[in-house]
Design a binder for this molecule. Sequence first.
Ligand SMILES: O=C(O)[C@H](O)[C@H](O)COP(=O)(O)O
Ligand SMILES: [Mg+2]
Length: 304
Amino acid sequence: MSARLSSATDYAALLDKYDTWMFDCDGVLWHGDRLIEGAVDVLSLLRRQKKKVLFVTNNATKSRKSYKGKFDQLGVEAHVDEIYGSAYAAAVYISSVIKLPKDKKVYVIGMKGLEEELRDEGVSFLGGTDPADCTVAPFDLADFTPDPAVAAVVCGLDTAINYTKLSKAFQYLTLPNAAGRCHFLATNEDSTYPAGAGLLPGAGAISAPLRYALGRDPVSIGKPARTMLDCIKAKVDYDPARTIMVGDRLNTDILFGQAGGLATLLVLTGITTEADITGPNASNIVPDFVTSSIADLHLGVAGK
Ligand SMILES: O=C(O)[C@H](O)[C@H](O)COP(=O)(O)O
Ligand SMILES: [Mg+2]
């Protein structure tokens, strides 16, 4: 049963109990480029209280560096080593977990941020934002010459998705491949994306056509998978017993926190609604704490 936070004492106790605060981004800090009211004040409060603040997002459209640019533009203090995105986790997974040989390449369905992280990790890739792939022209298989070096396909949120990208990825994932089957990777599988003015199809909806056509699931790297936490552990010392994951989506953020042995705080400013956690159709994923918005944490100062 979740503890529904309400009093200043509740929030003060949370502020006292946890030293490291991991924040999901979309639906917790902002919707698109619109900050959630009170979010900045709470982040400043946590920093004044010498808390460790980390940002852990499944949004693979931006690299850690370009997220730093977004934080700066929004006037939110953040440092690159505090930012962990699924594009970064995917690049680390390809370079350090599957150890893709340097002479091999990745076919990318995704955007600039994913390409930047792959480049920073020394992973060769094609596709992505290449104008030749960003086309609505019909795809002619007879004209397609697959690059024999491709040994993995990675699929992230791609707002310029099209039939050419899906067809090339499908070809790479079904061609006989000298090094065994081509890896099928997803940066994350969120079904929807909480954009500024409402919901849009998420990264999971971008890889879904391939899953259906192939009858094969990708290895998903973002939350709730451990890979993201392993990337954080490699860079940040934190005590799981005194760490809390704050998120808006039960099957990514809350599961991620639970898998990592962290406390979990669900906020209702993003994907999850009251009906998802109470009543007859409530989810079986139960966060430790629930509150309306991270802005509520400010009440904790009064409660001290
Ligand atoms: O579709 C997606 O990729 C996700 O919905 C989105 O980017 C989630 O980002 P997060 O809530 O993990 O910051
Ligand atoms: Mg979110």
